[in-house]
Ligand binder design. Structure first.
Ligand code: DGL
Length: 274
């Protein structure tokens, strides 16, 4: 029998920030994390690709015994959460979205910045999020192309990454925001770079709130030995390295999983060998 677990996925290593919050909220819950690193970044791909690939990954995690799915990716939540929920109406699914409401409430001057992927910023769901939850605050949203590729490559201090961060923070400084959201799960991994470019600005991230919501929905709170599988569609070593060095995890199992290497009809090839 397949053991039950919480299924978690992201385009790559970034969703580990959510998985880490999950492990704090539910230390005994077994986790199966899937990083689609062969196809990252999602944030620079089209909605059809993100939806099709996310559905495929959700199916894989359900086969692995996931009783609950956590979409640890803002871009996939924006473009695929509805499709996953309609394909699996009996399955609890938790997504992550930029916390526009908490940011608007936390801002003292009513000016909020959002740093996210281009796919998130351009999504209809993000437009609605601002319309419903900005509470009258001015929102400066910036799509940060190119950032995730450096984080996937483990180049967290690369000078070109620093230059990109500086470029994307400039409009937020110009807009005079006092609060900024890290609206991509990869971004907390380089939190100090964002903060250096936004001195005095409070940076918000909502991974802990997502984990809290997942904990409410996890049907087996007292069950499990906390086993963790970290799977990747590319070489899983960088995922394991990050889990060890950035999060201090130990005792997990690393797996390479070759889901279909191409998503039929999209013409998008993996950027790293599957
Ligand atoms: N970590 C993801 C997010 O939260 C996706 C980043 C990417 O692949 O572009 O949006």
């Amino acid at each position: 029998m397949t053991p039950s677990c919480i299924g978690v996925f992201d385009s790559g290593v970034g969703g580990l920030t959510v998985a880490d919050a999950l492990r704090r909220a539910l230390p005994n819950a077994p986790l199966h994390y899937f990083a689609d690193s062969a196809f990252a970044p999602y944030g620079e791909k089209g909605a059809d690709f993100i939806r099709t690939r996310s559905l495929q990954i959700a199916g894989y995690l359900r086969e692995q015994g996931a009783q609950l799915l956590v979409i640890a990716c803002n871009s996939a939540t924006a473009h695929a959460a509805d499709a996953i929920r309609s394909e699996h109406p009996d399955w609890p699914v938790v997504g992550i979205e930029p916390g526009v409401k908490p940011a608007a409430l936390a801002s003292r001057n009513g000016r909020v910045g959002v740093l996210a992927t281009t796919a998130t910023v351009n999504s209809e769901r993000f437009r609605q999020l601002i319309e419903r939850h900005a509470q009258g605050a001015f929102v400066e949203a910036v799509g940060c192309s190119g950032v995730v590729a450096f984080i996937e490559a483990g180049e967290l201090q690369h000078p070109e990454l620093r230059a990109l961060v500086a470029r994307y923070c400039a409009p937020l400084r110009k807009a005079g925001v006092d609060t900024a959201l890290l609206g991509c799960t990869h971004y907390p991994l380089i939190r100090s770079l964002w903060q250096a470019e936004l001195p005095g600005v409070q940076l918000l991230q909502i991974e802990a709130a997502v984990a809290k919501q997942a904990a409410r929905l996890w049907p087996e709170p007292n069950w499990g030995a906390g086993g963790v599988v970290l799977a990747s569609s590319a070489n899983p070593e960088p995922l394991g390295r990050l889990a060890r060095t950035a999060l201090g995890w130990e005792g997990f199992e690393l797996r390479r999983i070759d889901l279909a290497p191409l998503v039929p009809g999209t013409g998008i090839e993996p950027v790293r060998p599957c």
